[in-house]
Design a protein around this ligand. Structure first.
Ligand code: PEP
Ligand code: MN
Length: 350
């Protein structure tokens, strides 16, 4: 990586799993200008029963990485106990995870525990798209004399399936940068993308949007990772990614704006497809009811009302009535096809 591309580079596994895994990953990262080597020691998991982190022993493994490779080390803290354990091992930086930033009580507890440690902190965005909550967490820490050195953009939870694991909502990160130009803004493409294939284009986007750095999950063998296996890169592919980053000029701003708008379109299109699938499922249920009750498939009055009200709603919302008519007719036609197929017992045909 050209050293002038980013100010900060954080890499290392999602979770510390074994001593050998942490050391092997660090060995692979040797030679990179890492600002910090990361590993999760206590893992917030969405569902219980999964691997919830190796606990305090993992801190000793991180200390070994620092001794053997000279990397500074960092981990996520979510309770005052985590902070005490991390401070005892003199970790060089701690970050607050998305599930903690979201809760002011948690941030308050962390701020109080961090106050006397002097350890610098980075704050990930909250899981929900709320700039004020992100800024508020940073301010709460600063009011306790915590040196907040950076904010990490890791994307925001989404219910509908999209291209990304967490929706980037680029504007929120841009607004944060504008509100706090004194802080480093890093992108965590691993948690935004959720898939190894998306990490490189996101990292390029981080460069294009003038982020100050990257946090990228790296595992010596992602196929056996206990957490976030799909999104972790091998050290070799991280090196390749960094090597392939292309510095861009201000002239590429239009390209960035275009990419951002296209991302938004893709998210909407994916949502539309999902809604269509849901709609056709309902249509099938209605078809089954009609079949069992011997009702006609086409109920003219209901159809005429639907058509009329769709066109009216389109007019009111500024959509072209021709488009709305075309669209609702297409939906209706497909529903009828599905319901007819039920009647002739051809349900397996699609
Ligand atoms: C992580 O970095 O492994 C992590 C759990 O991140 P987040 O808080 O962004 O989900
Ligand atoms: Mn992770």
């Amino acid at each position: 990586m050209r050293p002038d591309l980013f100010d900060s580079l954080i890499a290392g596994p999602c979770s510390a799993e074994t001593h050998a895994q942490v050391i092997q990953t660090a060995e692979g990262l040797k030679g990179l200008p890492l600002s910090y080597f990361r590993a999760g020691i206590w893992k917030p998991r969405t569902q219980p029963g999964a691997f919830e982190g190796i606990g305090d022993i993992g801190l000793e493994w991180l200390v070994d990485v620092r001794k053997q490779y000279g990397f500074k080390i960092c981990t996520e803290v979510a309770t005052a106990d985590h902070i005490r354990a991390a401070a005892a091992q003199k970790l060089d930086m701690l970050w607050i995870g998305a599930r903690s930033t979201v809760n002011p009580f948690t941030v308050q507890e962390l701020a109080e525990a961090l106050q006397s440690t002097g350890i610098p902190v980075m704050v990930k965005n909250p899981v929900n798209p709320d700039l004020k909550l992100w800024l508020g967490a940073i301010e709460r820490l600063e009011r306790h004399n915590v040196k907040v050195i950076g904010a990490i953009h890791r994307g925001f939870s989404v219910y509908q399936k999209t291209k990304y694991r967490n929706n980037p909502h680029w504007q929120i990160a841009i607004d944060l940068k504008q509100a706090r130009p004194d802080l480093q803004l890093l992108m965590d493409p691993s948690h935004i993308g959720g898939r190894a294939a998306l990490i490189a284009p996101l990292a390029q986007q981080a460069l294009d949007l003038h982020y100050n750095g990257l946090m990228i999950e790296t595992h010596h063998d992602p196929t056996v990772a206990l957490t976030d296996a799909k999104q972790q890169l091998t050290p070799a592919s991280l090196k390749e990614l960094l090597h392939n980053l292309k510095p861009r000029s201000q002239n590429d701003r239009a390209q960035n704006d275009l990419a951002e708008l296209r991302d938004k379109l893709s998210i909407i299109d994916e949502g539309l497809l999902e809604l269509l699938q849901e709609r056709m499922e309902l249509s099938k249920q209605i078809g089954t009811l009609k079949r069992n009750n011997n009702s006609p498939i086409l109920q003219v009055q209901r159809w005429e009302e639907t058509l009329k009200s769709t066109i009216e709603k389109a007019l009111n919302s500024g959509l072209s009535p021709e488009f709305a008519e075309h669209f609702i007719k297409m939906l209706h036609e497909e529903s009828i096809r599905i319901q007819l197929a039920l009647l002739s017992d051809q349900t397996d045909a699609y």
